[in-house]
Ligand binder design. Structure first.
Ligand code: GRG
Length: 331
């Protein structure tokens, strides 16, 4: 069967979506209103980008009116709550710089956001970080109960795989690469490994490079996936994908450090989640102190910019996001 002849089937029964399947297919064929040939000096407005990502997540989320309503409500609760959406933004901005800004890039980025949200729900569970608040509201397990939270996380993960395997407007090899890559990102060589170390090395005497390697697994892998998925749908070659891996790892490390700084210096009211949670965790901040951690993150971002400068496509949109993040989170 050729790629073109494959039926569109994301594995989600039509009654589980907010709009009927036919309309959803039409919607997914329709380019976003923002879609236009990328103009080289024109970097998408980040608030606007966040708003179209939010709208797309709304389209992807199951309706709470269909069974299992409680699980669907929990998915909507976690997924549509105000996250920063930095991962789908990375996908969109990579694809945009490489000449593509459409539903395929949006699907790729939102698949990462689905996995990220699923991981937050698990991370917050009593057996893991035992958190109370996330994204400005009670954690999913505190609002819906533990079993529903776990089921909602599994459903979001599967939605992500289904979404990647049915992305329109990319060839089947690209879809296959996306799905295979996501399996690696989620599995025991990726997020699961990072979380296992995060939980079991709490009192361990790690050095900075060991903490970096943990953070690469815990946070870096989804940053790498975000940029590489955007690059894959835009048809970037392996050399650029390799550079994006380096960029994603560096940005992910800096992002995790900023998150650790929020844990020691932030407040629930502004962070929207519990702070002072890291306790005995070996973090860059715990090892090096806030000032050194901040300076180190700045250096990682500088290195990330240098990687972007070597890429063969327009990386100005990604560089602008790095600058925006640095201004907001590290100064
Ligand atoms: C099987 C999906 C899966 C996961 C199992 C639980 C787990 C392993 C991993 C969790 C890893 C984790 C929570 C890493 C923290 C990464 C991080 C910096 C989260 C905060 O990201 P933000 O600030 O959050 O982007 P928002 O809410 O803005 O999206």
């Amino acid at each position: 069967m050729t790629d073109q002849s494959q039926a569109v089937n994301d594995g989600v029964p039509s009654e589980h979506t907010d709009i009927p399947t036919a309309a959803r297919r039409r919607a997914s064929k329709t380019k976003h209103p923002a879609a236009r040939p990328p103009a080289r000096d024109d970097i998408p407005n980040f608030d606007y980008l966040r708003s179209i990502i939010q709208r797309h997540l709304l389209l992807l989320a199951p309706t709470a009116r269909t069974r299992p309503q409680r699980v669907h409500s929990a998915i909507r609760y976690s997924l549509l709550a105000p996250g920063k959406r930095i991962r789908p933004m990375l996908s969109m901005l990579t694809a945009y710089g490489a000449g593509r800004f459409d539903t395929a890039a949006m699907d790729a980025g939102c698949a990462v956001e689905l996995v990220h949200t699923a991981s937050l729900v698990l991370d917050d569970l009593p057996s893991m970080d035992d958190a109370e608040y996330r994204r400005g509201q009670l954690c999913a397990h505190r609002r819906f109960g533990e079993s529903t939270a776990i089921l909602s996380s599994i459903a979001m993960l599967n939605r992500a795989f289904g979404l990647l395997s049915s992305i329109e407007g990319v060839d089947y090899r690209t879809r296959n690469r996306l799905v295979t890559a996501l399996a690696g990102v989620v599995g025991s060589a990726g997020l699961v490994a990072g979380q296992e170390r995060d939980l079991n090395e709490r009192n361990a005497d790690l050095n900075l490079s060991e903490v970096d390697s943990l953070n690469r697994l815990k946070t870096g892998v989804l940053f790498v996936a975000s940029v590489q998925f955007g690059g894959l749908v835009a048809g970037l070659d392996d050399e650029d994908l390799g550079r994006l891996q380096a960029f994603g790892e560096l940005f992910g490390l800096a992002f995790q450090t900023a998150d650790d700084i929020v844990d020691v210096q932030g407040a629930l009211s502004t962070a929207g989640k519990d702070v002072k949670q890291d306790g005995a965790k070996p973090t860059v901040v715990a090892l090096a102190g806030v000032d050194t951690a901040r300076r180190r993150a700045g250096e990682q971002l500088q290195e990330a910019r240098e990687v972007l400068a070597d890429c063969s496509f327009d990386t100005a949109p990604l560089a602008a996001l790095v600058a925006d993040f640095e201004r907001r989170s590290l100064r």
